[in-house]
Design a protein. Structure first.
Length: 147
């Protein structure tokens, strides 16, 4: 009876190890897709920003807030964008432990949006070593055992 119990336990551990490996492989693949998306998004936002700067000028706050005050669909889109940038900024500040550096990084996300936020997120994927938990939680992630 004891032999069967140990065999069952060994089988369960073996299957759990296989499941963990499959989840780890899927997580690595997903992280590679996220990094590819972020890199593509960085290139796109930089290209559009450069084009807009060269064709219209650098006075984006006047355009942004002017459109915001019109209360039409463009103001709805700008409000949505501003709220998303604010959420990103709050998350970055929290993720960094609400330190002065974290607050500055959060403000940069709010003020510069994707131009700053996407490179920050890409760098964070590497600093987290591809671990989604560490990526999302930053300094709040539990330290690894034996680290």
């Amino acid at each position: 009876m004891t032999l069967i119990t140990w065999e069952v336990i060994a089988l369960i551990i073996s299957r759990q190890h296989n499941i963990d490996n499959a989840v780890s492989t899927r997580s690595n693949h997903t992280m590679q897709l996220l990094r590819a998306f972020l890199l593509t998004a960085i290139l796109a936002i930089v290209a559009v920003t450069l084009y807009a700067t060269l064709s219209v000028g650098i006075n984006f706050p006047a355009v942004f807030f002017g459109d915001l005050l019109k209360l039409d669909w463009r103001s709805q889109i700008n409000t949505d964008l501003m709220l998303h940038a604010g959420l990103l900024g709050i998350w970055v500040a929290w993720r960094e432990g609400a330190t002065p550096t974290g607050i500055i990084l959060g403000l940069l996300c709010l003020l510069l949006g994707a131009v700053f936020g996407f490179p920050y997120a890409l760098l964070a994927t590497y600093r987290a070593k591809g671990d989604p938990k560490r990526l999302l939680l930053g300094v709040h992630a539990e330290p690894e055992l034996g680290a």
